[in-house]
Design a protein around this ligand. Structure first.
Ligand SMILES: NC(=O)c1ccc[n+]([C@@H]2O[C@H](COP(=O)([O-])OP(=O)(O)OC[C@H]3O[C@@H](n4cnc5c(N)ncnc54)[C@H](O)[C@@H]3O)[C@@H](O)[C@H]2O)c1
Length: 257
């Protein structure tokens, strides 16, 4: 098993890609903490992990709250004794727009969950990782954070910021054997991307990729396993697109659905 004896926190693991990562991490031997504001979804992820023979703990955690995040890291160490992996995956992405039409409260909430959240989770996770000799942080960005998307100024800005937060963390904590990498998924079938359930939308979206299909949560989860594992012990400060070639497509990125 590629993550045996490791303990991982995954934010936003009550749903979609986060749930996919939690399940695959557990399959690879990690004990996982499902950190989310969605209690029902988080409990369901734990049920799925345990049903497959894994070990998981749900912690209600709003990643925008320093108190919640600090308590979540404490709960992780209290239950599992250590912390090796942090996956910053939670997202809030509603009401986004081009700048003139973008509400200030939407901008603030998007950046709070999607950029401040990874800052707070890293801030409280790092001392535990350093105490045990190192760790791995994986930030889930987006193709929108690499090339920009429209009309979604808040989401693109938050993901672009996350890319460089990753880089700063990698530079500042590499000397402590903490690796920090980013995954930039493309359009992936999750509750957030519900439009992809419509066959005509999925068929159109598939054509936007060099590999002509849309993504599944497992596509990102496989990459997240590699970056968390000891196989990647000399890999840090990279952004790995897992997007079927979406950001590389000739003509650039199309507008988001
Ligand atoms: N699905 C896609 O097409 C796609 C494409 C590119 C990037 N991504 C990225 O992948 C990640 C996961 O996306 P998804 O599609 O699985 O989303 P999702 O909506 O299925 O899951 C997001 C989770 O974040 C949780 N969350 C929201 N606010 C929170 C908060 N304040 N504190 C803690 N948890 C909170 C939600 O409750 C939910 O469980 C995101 O970072 C997203 O930007 C997704």
């Amino acid at each position: 098993m590629r993550l045996a004896n490791k303990v991982a926190i995954i934010t936003g693991a009550a749903s979609g890609i986060g749930r996919g990562i939690a399940r695959m991490y557990a399959h690879e031997g990690a004990r996982v903490v499902v950190a989310d504001v969605d209690d029902a979804g988080g409990t369901e992820t734990v049920r799925l992990v345990e049903g497959a023979g894994g070990e998981a703990l749900f912690v209600h955690c709003d990643v925008t709250s320093a108190a919640n995040v600090s308590e979540m890291v404490q709960a992780t160490v209290a239950r599992f004794g250590r912390l090796d992996i942090l996956v910053n995956n939670a997202v809030w992405d509603r009401g986004d727009a081009a700048v003139v039409d973008l509400g200030e409260e939407v901008w603030d909430r998007t950046l709070a969950v999607t950029l401040k959240g990874p800052f707070l989770c890293s801030k409280y996770a790092l001392p535990e990782m350093i105490r045990k000799g190192g760790g791995a942080i994986i930030n889930i960005s987006s193709g929108c954070g690499v090339v920009g998307c429209g009309p979604s100024a808040a989401y693109s800005a938050s993901k672009g910021g996350l890319e460089l937060l990753s880089r700063s963390l990698a530079i500042d904590y590499g000397g402590y054997n903490v690796r920090v990498n980013t995954i930039a998924p493309g359009g992936t079938r999750t509750p957030r991307a519900a439009a992809l359930e419509r066959p005509e939308v999925r068929a159109r979206a598939a054509k936007e990729h060099l590999i002509q299909r849309t993504g599944e949560p497992e596509d990102t989860a496989y990459a997240a396993v590699y970056l968390a594992s000891d196989e990647a012990s000399w890999v840090t400060a990279v952004t790995l697109p897992v997007d079927g070639g979406w950001v590389a497509r000739p003509g650039g990125a199309p507008p988001r659905e």
